[in-house]
Design a protein around this ligand. Structure first.
Ligand SMILES: *Cc1c(COP(=O)(O)O)cnc(C)c1O
Length: 433
């Protein structure tokens, strides 16, 4: 399979080049040349298949031409060593619990897959030593750091905004050591993302170091997120609730939602999508006005969605040929401020005993507000509520139990390199390596 850039100046890249480069040389995001549709027989039998079997069929459609089938099977199997169950919250509304992986957020799926795929290319001996740069508003850093920890030939630099991630999130990527370095940037998430983007575009840096991205701009992190949309459908089919399926995704950089749109393009019977936002509602404004107007991000209690310039918007535009009407026909949107998010968490817990995290709360709220009578709704619960325990405990007035996996991180000691948000500082740090 060949990959082209959303800026259209780069075409015909190999999978390996796309994964190792992360961002295309023209500044665009890589897209696969074709999105294969899966046969009707696959959807007929999907309810009888395991998650790993389903994921392999989807992975094969994208990567089968480039990776030997046994290797790809193993990568899928190693990546998905945890379940992603569907849980009924109330009538017609189901939670797809994406938080059962090692760092308790959905990004474990993409990060674990990408680490293994990159590891395969390095082992083959053509990729050399690779430096992964990743900007995080919280959960990406932990998923990537844990997914790549101790993988030979890869060094990871996690850039995060000082004082703007929760203590638990911070501990998950600052305590690992080994090939993982945390960089504490005196700025916002957008500043971190801008530093990473500039580093990829910097000629001198790229001459000295092989740099790649593990943000959802990287095709190897983004595409595997399609796996669980198929698995969600399979589980809904088992429950007899797969008709008129509406999927609601709490969105920041829109990698997760875009993977769902790819799944639909591959034939997955999803009727429509809802993009849930916090106050950073750039996409919702685009749906309303047809104008894409990025703006500085605002800090909210759903901090992994505090994104002012969603990077995967370029992929959505490309997928729909830039047509606002085609995009609005398949995706609608809704946004919630912090008080509304708190209210959703509190009332849902009181009414159903289901504890939402602040991100899942946006999606649950949007689904409840927008689901039509004959529809079945699934929302993506993207993180475990205990990752935001201080926020959540204040809302429900009760202690939240911390899962053992999370408690283990809290015992580690934070180590981070402090840097300003100036690119020159970041560049000279990298040049000194
Ligand atoms: C990253 C993240 C999101 C946003 O996902 P995108 O793919 O960037 O849209 C939502 N919820 C949680 C918990 C996250 O970590």
């Amino acid at each position: 399979m060949k990959y082209y850039s959303t800026n259209k100046k780069v075409v015909g890249e190999t999978l390996e080049a796309a994964v190792v480069k992360g961002l295309a040389a023209d500044g665009g995001l890589f897209m696969p040349e074709t999105i294969k549709t899966l046969p009707a027989s696959f959807f007929d039998e999907i309810a009888n298949l395991s998650f790993q079997e389903i994921a392999y069929r989807v992975a094969d459609a994208f990567f089968g031409e480039d990776i030997p089938s046994e290797t790809l099977k193993n990568i899928v199997k190693d990546t998905l060593n945890f379940d992603i169950p569907i849980v009924e919250v109330k009538e017609n509304i189901y939670s797809l619990e994406l938080f059962h992986g090692p760092t308790l957020a959905f990004k474990d799926v993409g990060a674990r897959f990408m680490a293994r795929l990159l590891g395969y290319f390095i082992q083959k001996g053509d990729a050399g030593r690779v430096n992964v740069l990743v900007a995080t508003s919280g959960d990406t850093g932990s998923a990537v750091a844990n997914g790549f920890w101790n993988v030979d030939g890869i060094r990871v630099f996690v850039l995060y905004p000082k004082g703007k991630v929760s203590e638990i999130q911070e501990k998950q990527f600052t305590t690992l050591g080994c090939n993982i370095t945390a960089i504490e940037v005196d700025g916002t998430f957008d500043d971190c993302q801008a530093l990473v983007k500039r580093a990829f575009m910097d000629e001198e840096l790229n001459k000295n170091l092989k740099l790649t991205s593990a943000n959802s701009i990287n095709i190897a992190r983004f595409l595997p997120q399609a796996f669980y949309y198929f698995y969600a459908y399979a589980q809904m089919k088992r429950l007899g609730h797969a008709d008129n399926l509406v999927v609601c995704v709490p969105s920041g950089n829109f990698g997760n939602l875009t993977a769902g749109l790819f799944a639909k393009r591959m034939g997955l019977p999803v009727k429509r999508f809802i993009a849930a936002n916090n106050r950073n509602d750039i996409f919702l404004q685009y749906l309303r006005t047809g104008k894409y107007m990025p703006r500085p991000s605002i800090a909210t209690i759903a901090n992994a969605m505090d994104v002012g310039a969603p990077s995967n918007f370029a992929r959505i535009m490309d997928l729909y040929g830039g047509s606002h009407s085609a995009i609005s026909a398949e995706i609608s949107g809704k946004a919630y401020d912090d008080n509304q998010i708190r209210e959703i968490i509190r009332t849902t817990y009181e009414d159903t005993n289901y504890l939402l995290d602040p991100h899942g709360a946006c999606a649950y709220g949007a689904l409840c507000d927008m689901l039509l009578p004959a529809e079945n709704g699934v929302f993506l619960e993207t993180a475990h509520p205990a990752k935001f325990c201080q926020t959540v405990e204040r809302i429900i007035g009760k202690e939240v139990e911390i899962p053992g996996k999370l408690a283990a991180f809290m015992r580690g000691e934070k180590q981070a390199v402090p840097l300003s948000k100036d690119f020159t500082d970041f560049k000279s740090y990298l040049m000194r390596l």
